[in-house]
Design a protein around this ligand. Structure first.
Ligand code: IMP
Length: 193
């Protein structure tokens, strides 16, 4: 089966394609000829993910899913949360976002953090959500070149390396997005194969 992953984020696309099993072909927005940006105007991960899937299913009458993710730091009252991509302003810039977050956390030791993902799936005119979450802490140092976003400063529980240093194979075993994607795959396998 073919399904659209409604994202313009090439890193997310690569991650998800590595997790999804043979038999489910992931099409990108580019593959279906969509090159705009869908504005994330919601106030929750659920709303933002659903805005993307509703827009694409309505425009193309096609099954699709989208994720909305973010980094939450409890000692900053959950910030940057749904504003993770634009934490240091627009246009979004990963280096500035990391700089701003580190500045806010400079007096803290190993501040607790969570990456969260909500996936919205629009299939057969039905809408379902899948969630994933991973616990870790924010590193004092920015390390590694793998992944994207806050990966170089996030150290997952049980590890002593950032997501930026860890291979994509390991990130894809434990990450928030991989947890949500595996739930989506189970759902599709159970109901559509
Ligand atoms: P969105 O889900 O595309 O709205 O953006 C979420 C933002 O959260 C990204 O731009 C990143 O800054 C951050 N983020 C989400 N997931 C990850 C991840 O797996 N690694 C690093 N940063 C992430």
């Amino acid at each position: 089966m073919k399904i659209v992953f409604a994202t313009n984020n090439q890193s997310k696309l690569k991650e998800v394609r590595e997790i999804i099993p043979i038999g489910i072909e992931i099409l990108s927005l580019k593959d279906i000829g969509f090159f705009d940006e869908i504005k994330e105007t919601g106030t929750s991960y659920e709303e933002n993910a659903q805005i993307k899937t509703k827009y694409i299913s309505n425009k193309y009458s096609i099954d699709c899913f989208a994720d909305d993710s973010g980094l939450e730091v409890p000692c900053l009252n959950g910030a940057p949360g749904i504003y993770s991509a634009r934490f240091a302003g627009t246009p979004k810039n990963d280096i500035n976002n990391i700089k701003k977050l580190k500045e806010k956390l400079k007096k803290k030791t190993k501040p607790l953090a969570y990456f969260k993902t909500v996936i919205s799936l629009n299939i057969n005119k039905e809408n379902i959500f899948f969630k994933g979450k991973i616990k870790g802490y924010i590193s004092k140092e920015t390390k590694g070149i793998n992944g994207f976003g806050y990966d170089p400063i996030f150290i997952p529980d049980g590890y002593d390396k950032t997501f930026g240093e860890i291979s994509s194979k390991i990130k894809n075993k434990i990450s928030h997005r991989s947890i949500a994607i595996r739930k989506l795959v189970e759902f599709i396998k159970k109901n559509f194969f």
